[in-house]
Design a protein around this ligand. Structure first.
Ligand code: 6PG
Length: 225
Protein backbone atom coordinates (compact mmCIF):
# COMPACT_ATOMS: atom_id res chain seq x y z
CA UNK A 1 0.00 0.00 0.00
CA UNK A 2 1.25 3.50 -0.75
CA UNK A 3 2.44 6.05 1.80
CA UNK A 4 0.46 9.25 2.28
CA UNK A 5 1.99 12.73 2.53
CA UNK A 6 -0.71 15.00 3.96
CA UNK A 7 -0.62 18.79 4.01
CA UNK A 8 -2.86 21.41 5.63
CA UNK A 9 -3.07 23.52 2.48
CA UNK A 10 -2.59 23.22 -1.28
CA UNK A 11 0.18 25.81 -1.09
CA UNK A 12 2.18 23.68 1.34
CA UNK A 13 1.65 20.55 -0.74
CA UNK A 14 2.61 22.30 -3.99
CA UNK A 15 5.83 23.65 -2.46
CA UNK A 16 6.79 20.29 -0.95
CA UNK A 17 5.97 18.24 -4.05
CA UNK A 18 7.81 20.64 -6.38
CA UNK A 19 10.88 20.43 -4.14
CA UNK A 20 10.62 16.64 -3.99
CA UNK A 21 10.48 16.35 -7.79
CA UNK A 22 13.38 18.80 -8.14
CA UNK A 23 15.49 16.67 -5.79
CA UNK A 24 14.63 13.57 -7.80
CA UNK A 25 15.66 15.33 -11.02
CA UNK A 26 18.90 16.56 -9.47
CA UNK A 27 19.74 13.04 -8.33
CA UNK A 28 19.27 11.69 -11.87
CA UNK A 29 21.19 14.56 -13.43
CA UNK A 30 24.05 13.68 -11.07
CA UNK A 31 23.82 9.91 -11.47
CA UNK A 32 23.05 9.53 -15.19
CA UNK A 33 23.57 12.99 -16.67
CA UNK A 34 19.95 13.40 -17.67
CA UNK A 35 16.45 13.12 -16.22
CA UNK A 36 12.87 12.68 -17.37
CA UNK A 37 9.40 13.46 -16.09
CA UNK A 38 5.93 12.35 -17.14
CA UNK A 39 3.29 14.77 -15.87
CA UNK A 40 -0.49 14.67 -15.77
CA UNK A 41 -2.83 17.39 -16.89
CA UNK A 42 -6.04 18.59 -15.35
CA UNK A 43 -6.24 21.38 -12.80
CA UNK A 44 -4.77 19.88 -9.62
CA UNK A 45 -1.09 20.10 -10.57
CA UNK A 46 -1.09 23.77 -11.71
CA UNK A 47 0.17 25.27 -8.45
CA UNK A 48 2.89 22.64 -8.09
CA UNK A 49 4.00 23.06 -11.71
CA UNK A 50 4.35 26.81 -11.24
CA UNK A 51 6.67 26.16 -8.29
CA UNK A 52 8.58 23.47 -10.17
CA UNK A 53 9.18 25.89 -13.06
CA UNK A 54 11.40 28.08 -10.89
CA UNK A 55 13.53 25.26 -9.46
CA UNK A 56 17.20 26.00 -10.21
CA UNK A 57 18.50 22.93 -12.03
CA UNK A 58 19.93 22.19 -15.48
CA UNK A 59 16.59 21.83 -17.26
CA UNK A 60 18.34 21.53 -20.62
CA UNK A 61 19.10 17.92 -19.61
CA UNK A 62 15.55 17.18 -18.46
CA UNK A 63 13.00 15.56 -20.79
CA UNK A 64 9.35 16.30 -19.99
CA UNK A 65 6.36 14.49 -21.44
CA UNK A 66 2.69 14.04 -20.57
CA UNK A 67 0.98 11.04 -19.01
CA UNK A 68 -2.03 11.70 -21.20
CA UNK A 69 -3.54 14.23 -23.60
CA UNK A 70 -6.90 15.19 -24.96
CA UNK A 71 -7.21 15.15 -28.77
CA UNK A 72 -7.87 18.87 -29.14
CA UNK A 73 -5.84 21.72 -30.63
CA UNK A 74 -2.77 22.42 -28.50
CA UNK A 75 -3.99 25.98 -27.97
CA UNK A 76 -7.36 24.76 -26.69
CA UNK A 77 -8.22 25.38 -23.01
CA UNK A 78 -8.73 21.60 -22.77
CA UNK A 79 -5.17 20.83 -23.95
CA UNK A 80 -2.79 19.40 -21.36
CA UNK A 81 0.10 20.56 -23.54
CA UNK A 82 -1.20 24.11 -23.43
CA UNK A 83 -1.45 23.93 -19.64
CA UNK A 84 2.05 22.47 -19.27
CA UNK A 85 3.60 25.07 -21.57
CA UNK A 86 1.85 27.86 -19.64
CA UNK A 87 2.53 26.60 -16.11
CA UNK A 88 5.76 24.56 -16.21
CA UNK A 89 7.76 25.37 -19.35
CA UNK A 90 8.49 28.90 -18.16
CA UNK A 91 11.30 30.52 -16.13
CA UNK A 92 14.11 28.01 -15.41
CA UNK A 93 12.10 25.10 -16.84
CA UNK A 94 11.67 26.81 -20.22
CA UNK A 95 14.94 25.06 -21.17
CA UNK A 96 13.43 21.59 -20.67
CA UNK A 97 12.99 19.27 -23.68
CA UNK A 98 9.25 18.67 -24.14
CA UNK A 99 7.61 15.73 -25.94
CA UNK A 100 3.88 16.20 -26.40
CA UNK A 101 1.39 13.45 -27.21
CA UNK A 102 -1.13 15.36 -29.34
CA UNK A 103 0.61 14.52 -32.61
CA UNK A 104 -0.51 10.91 -32.20
CA UNK A 105 -4.15 11.96 -32.39
CA UNK A 106 -3.78 11.58 -36.14
CA UNK A 107 -3.26 7.87 -35.51
CA UNK A 108 0.54 7.58 -35.68
CA UNK A 109 1.04 5.95 -32.29
CA UNK A 110 4.05 3.98 -33.52
CA UNK A 111 6.25 7.05 -34.00
CA UNK A 112 5.22 8.47 -30.63
CA UNK A 113 5.93 5.13 -28.96
CA UNK A 114 9.46 5.17 -30.40
CA UNK A 115 9.99 8.73 -29.14
CA UNK A 116 8.76 7.80 -25.67
CA UNK A 117 11.01 4.74 -25.55
CA UNK A 118 13.96 6.96 -26.53
CA UNK A 119 13.46 9.21 -23.48
CA UNK A 120 15.75 8.67 -20.48
CA UNK A 121 14.13 5.64 -18.84
CA UNK A 122 13.09 4.77 -16.26
CA UNK A 123 11.42 8.15 -15.74
CA UNK A 124 12.84 10.08 -12.80
CA UNK A 125 9.23 10.48 -11.69
CA UNK A 126 5.68 10.14 -12.97
CA UNK A 127 3.06 12.49 -11.49
CA UNK A 128 -0.54 11.28 -11.61
CA UNK A 129 -3.86 12.88 -10.76
CA UNK A 130 -7.15 11.11 -10.25
CA UNK A 131 -10.75 11.77 -11.13
CA UNK A 132 -13.74 11.27 -8.81
CA UNK A 133 -14.54 8.15 -10.87
CA UNK A 134 -11.22 6.58 -9.91
CA UNK A 135 -9.55 7.13 -13.29
CA UNK A 136 -5.92 8.13 -13.50
CA UNK A 137 -3.97 8.99 -16.64
CA UNK A 138 -6.68 8.46 -19.27
CA UNK A 139 -7.58 5.03 -17.93
CA UNK A 140 -11.32 5.59 -17.68
CA UNK A 141 -13.63 2.95 -16.12
CA UNK A 142 -15.86 2.51 -19.19
CA UNK A 143 -13.16 2.69 -21.85
CA UNK A 144 -13.52 -0.35 -24.13
CA UNK A 145 -9.73 -0.88 -24.19
CA UNK A 146 -9.18 -0.39 -20.43
CA UNK A 147 -7.88 -3.96 -19.94
CA UNK A 148 -5.23 -3.39 -22.63
CA UNK A 149 -4.24 -0.05 -21.09
CA UNK A 150 -3.77 -1.73 -17.68
CA UNK A 151 -2.08 -4.92 -18.88
CA UNK A 152 1.25 -4.94 -16.98
CA UNK A 153 2.70 -7.18 -19.69
CA UNK A 154 1.08 -5.29 -22.57
CA UNK A 155 3.26 -4.46 -25.59
CA UNK A 156 2.01 -0.90 -26.13
CA UNK A 157 3.93 2.09 -24.73
CA UNK A 158 1.11 4.51 -25.52
CA UNK A 159 -2.44 4.12 -26.77
CA UNK A 160 -5.53 5.96 -27.96
CA UNK A 161 -8.69 5.57 -25.95
CA UNK A 162 -12.28 6.80 -25.84
CA UNK A 163 -13.06 7.76 -22.23
CA UNK A 164 -16.83 7.37 -22.92
CA UNK A 165 -17.61 9.26 -19.69
CA UNK A 166 -15.44 12.32 -20.39
CA UNK A 167 -15.00 14.61 -23.40
CA UNK A 168 -12.42 14.14 -26.15
CA UNK A 169 -10.58 11.13 -27.46
CA UNK A 170 -7.39 10.64 -25.46
CA UNK A 171 -3.78 9.56 -25.94
CA UNK A 172 -2.43 7.92 -22.81
CA UNK A 173 0.68 6.17 -21.53
CA UNK A 174 -0.10 2.57 -20.65
CA UNK A 175 0.43 1.01 -17.22
CA UNK A 176 3.79 -0.61 -18.04
CA UNK A 177 5.11 2.75 -19.26
CA UNK A 178 3.90 4.56 -16.12
CA UNK A 179 5.49 1.86 -13.95
CA UNK A 180 8.83 2.33 -15.75
CA UNK A 181 9.73 5.08 -13.30
CA UNK A 182 11.84 5.51 -10.20
CA UNK A 183 8.71 6.64 -8.42
CA UNK A 184 5.04 7.51 -8.92
CA UNK A 185 3.54 10.56 -7.22
CA UNK A 186 -0.26 10.55 -6.94
CA UNK A 187 -1.45 14.11 -6.30
CA UNK A 188 -5.06 14.56 -5.18
CA UNK A 189 -7.02 17.09 -3.16
CA UNK A 190 -10.26 17.09 -1.16
CA UNK A 191 -12.23 14.61 0.92
CA UNK A 192 -14.14 13.16 -2.03
CA UNK A 193 -11.00 12.05 -3.86
CA UNK A 194 -9.49 10.78 -0.61
CA UNK A 195 -12.53 8.57 -0.09
CA UNK A 196 -12.48 7.39 -3.72
CA UNK A 197 -8.81 6.45 -3.38
CA UNK A 198 -9.44 4.57 -0.13
CA UNK A 199 -12.18 2.60 -1.91
CA UNK A 200 -10.11 2.09 -5.08
CA UNK A 201 -8.89 -1.44 -4.37
CA UNK A 202 -12.27 -2.69 -3.14
CA UNK A 203 -14.09 -1.10 -6.07
CA UNK A 204 -11.33 -2.05 -8.56
CA UNK A 205 -11.10 1.52 -9.91
CA UNK A 206 -8.47 2.01 -12.62
CA UNK A 207 -6.19 3.83 -10.13
CA UNK A 208 -6.02 0.54 -8.16
CA UNK A 209 -3.53 -0.67 -10.78
CA UNK A 210 -1.08 1.81 -9.24
CA UNK A 211 -1.91 0.92 -5.64
CA UNK A 212 -1.70 -2.88 -5.98
CA UNK A 213 1.58 -3.03 -7.89
CA UNK A 214 4.86 -3.35 -6.03
CA UNK A 215 7.40 -2.76 -8.79
CA UNK A 216 7.47 1.05 -8.52
CA UNK A 217 7.35 3.05 -5.27
CA UNK A 218 4.15 5.11 -5.23
CA UNK A 219 3.24 7.83 -2.75
CA UNK A 220 0.08 9.85 -2.30
CA UNK A 221 0.23 13.62 -1.86
CA UNK A 222 -3.02 14.92 -0.38
CA UNK A 223 -4.51 18.08 1.11
CA UNK A 224 -8.11 18.74 2.21
CA UNK A 225 -8.21 21.56 -0.40
C1 6PG B 1 -6.48 14.68 -17.66
C2 6PG B 1 -5.57 14.17 -16.59
C3 6PG B 1 -6.35 13.30 -15.67
C4 6PG B 1 -6.42 14.11 -14.40
C5 6PG B 1 -7.66 13.78 -13.64
C6 6PG B 1 -7.83 14.78 -12.49
O1 6PG B 1 -6.09 14.78 -18.82
O2 6PG B 1 -7.63 15.03 -17.27
O3 6PG B 1 -4.40 13.70 -16.95
O4 6PG B 1 -5.91 12.03 -15.42
O5 6PG B 1 -5.26 13.88 -13.62
O6 6PG B 1 -8.76 13.87 -14.52
O7 6PG B 1 -8.06 16.03 -13.04
P1 6PG B 1 -8.20 17.32 -12.09
O8 6PG B 1 -6.84 17.52 -11.47
O9 6PG B 1 -8.58 18.45 -13.02
O10 6PG B 1 -9.27 16.99 -11.06
Amino acid sequence: MSDWHCFATSAELDTALAAHIARRLEADLHQRGCASLALSGGTTPIGMLRQLASQPLDWSRVWVTLVDERCVATDSPASNERMLRAELLQQEAAAARFLGLAGACNGDLGALGEQLRALPRPFSAVALGMGADGHTASWFPQATNLAALLDPAGPATVAATDPVTAPHQRITLTLPTVLDSREILLHITGAEKRDVLQDALAKDYPVAAILRQESTPATIWWTPK
